[in-house]
Write a protein that binds this ligand. Structure first.
Ligand code: FES
Length: 55
C-alpha cells in the first residue's frame, strides 16, 4: 500500500526503515516521504509510531 503517492513510498518501505532504526526525519530524508505535497506526513508518523511499538 502506498503511503506517499507523490514519492511512491509504500508502507513496507517505511516499516523496513523503522526496523533499521530510522526516525521520521531520517525516513523523510531517505525516501522523500512528506517532502512534496506534505499530506502523507501525519499518516506516515502514525504508521512509524505503531510499527515502533510492535518491535
Ligand atoms: Fe507524500 Fe505528497 S503524498 S508528499
Amino acid at each position: 500500500m502506498y503511503v506517499c503517492l507523490c514519492k511512491a513510498v509504500t508502507q513496507q518501505q517505511i516499516e523496513q526503515a523503522v526496523e533499521q532504526g530510522d526516525s521520521y526525519a531520517q525516513i523523510r530524508q531517505k525516501l522523500g516521504v512528506g517532502t512534496d505535497c506534505g499530506c502523507c506526513g501525519q499518516s506516515a508518523k502514525q504508521m512509524i509510531r505503531e510499527h515502533t511499538s510492535r518491535l
